[in-house]
Design a protein around this ligand. Structure first.
Ligand code: HEM
Ligand code: CA
Ligand code: MN
Length: 344
């Protein structure tokens, strides 16, 4: 029985704050009409990526120098899409920006709120996924973010770490955020093979990504090498240079490896880092907590990380000096070949 102070929303749902009710209607709409009935597919992946590309337009060093460093998670990537989606690192995000925009306008919510909401709802559709916090109330006024705030896969780990520190994230928090690459595929680093995922399970928010990135690279899945691409261990799988290098960097290799066998901690740290990312440029206490609108993800029990068929622990390039790489079971069958994420 809901507390009597709760507001009653559509379809008998309740919210602590009446201002959250409209988000249930946005939820119903986007699950059917943006996410194809609640899938963890291409639109979900793109929506999660967009939360980052909007929010990371934020620079503390620019602000302390008295310059405008971007408004963070302010929707500027949608309000000024004709400028920001032309930034090199934003290649391809124009599609999801255009797909999302009509929903934000139709429901009368700010672009900044909508982008973070869609990312949180989307990733809740992924088996094993997190239930992210969602705070509402970002203003719809924004300014163009400066260029070069979004990391590139060809950037060195040090360059990425410094950029992310300038937005308030430690290197270990970058590792946590990269759990997102467990439900991800590339379209534009190698345009000859769109939909090529970063792990063998792009529909599941599991720890496979952290295991598979440690396998020795042996092949290019398409016409590589491309800028920002390094050798991948599996046919049909793509490896970003930045993921490979952060996985092996002395500052982050042990954090990376620790997620291979610890889904719960990975989810906890990803959720905490996403709470920071989604409120960059805002004072969280001034926003309204509408997290109760975000669905609870499907059964969180995902299978333990395994090595894809054909691989053994000998193929792992252990990089954490302090701790040996965990011994993982190998999937049975012929060598794994990963299928592309279908376009929708
Ligand atoms: C820190 C450095 C990062 C770099 C260099 C990076 C780079 C990339 C690149 C190059 C792609 C492929 C885009 C394409 O060709 O279509 C990609 C995809 C993706 N990224 Fe990242 N990323 C980073 C961090 C993040 C973060 C923090 C998030 C979210 C919190 C994120 C979420 C995603 C998702 C979900 C996709 C898949 C999009 C899809 O499947 O359509 N990335 N990333
Ligand atoms: Ca996965
Ligand atoms: Mn894509």
């Amino acid at each position: 029985v809901p507390a009597t102070t709760d507001a009653t929303c559509s379809k008998g749902r309740t919210a602590k704050n009446a201002a959250c009710c409209k988000w249930f209607d946005v939820l119903d709409d986007i699950q059917v009409n943006l996410f194809d009935g609640g899938e963890c597919g291409e639109e979900t992946h793109e929506s999660l990526r967009l939360t980052f590309h909007d929010a990371i337009g934020f620079s503390l060093s620019a602000l302390v120098e008295g310059k405008f460093g971007g408004g963070g998670a302010d929707g500027s990537i949608m309000a000024f899409s004709e400028i920001e989606t032309n930034f090199h690192a934003n290649n391809g995000v124009d599609e999801i920006v255009e797909a999302q925009r009509p929903f934000a306008i139709k429901h009368g919510v700010s672009f900044g709120d909508f982008i973070q909401f869609a990312g949180a709802v989307g990733v809740s559709n992924c088996v094993g996924g997190p239930r992210l916090q969602f705070l509402a109330g970002r203003s719809n006024n924004s300014q163009v973010a400066p260029d070069l705030t979004v990391p590139e896969p060809s950037d060195s780990p040090n360059k990425i770490f410094l950029r992310m520190l300038d937005a308030g994230f430690t290197p270990n928090e970058v590792v946590a955020l990269l759990a997102s690459h467990s439900v991800a595929a590339q379209d534009h680093v190698d345009e000859s093979i769109p939909g090529t995922p970063f792990d063998s399970t792009p529909g599941t928010f599991d720890t496979q990504f952290f295991a598979e990135t440690m396998l020795k690279g042996t092949l290019f899945p398409g016409d590589g090498p491309n800028d920002g691409e390094v050798l991948s261990p599996l046919h049909g799988e793509f490896r970003l240079q930045s993921d490979a290098a952060i996985a092996r960097h002395p500052l982050t290799s042990c954090e990376w490896q620790s997620f291979v066998t610890d889904h719960d901690t990975m989810i906890k740290k990803f959720t905490a880092a996403m709470a920071k990312l989604s409120t960059l440029g805002h004072i969280p206490a001034l926003l309204t907590d509408c997290s109760e609108v975000i669905p609870t993800p499907k059964p969180p029990k995902v299978k333990k990380a395994t090595l894809p068929a054909g691989k053994t622990n000998k193929d792992i390039e252990g990089a954490c000096g302090a701790t040996p790489f965990p011994t993982l079971a190998t999937d049975p069958g012929p060598a794994t070949s990963v299928a592309p994420v279908p376009p929708s």
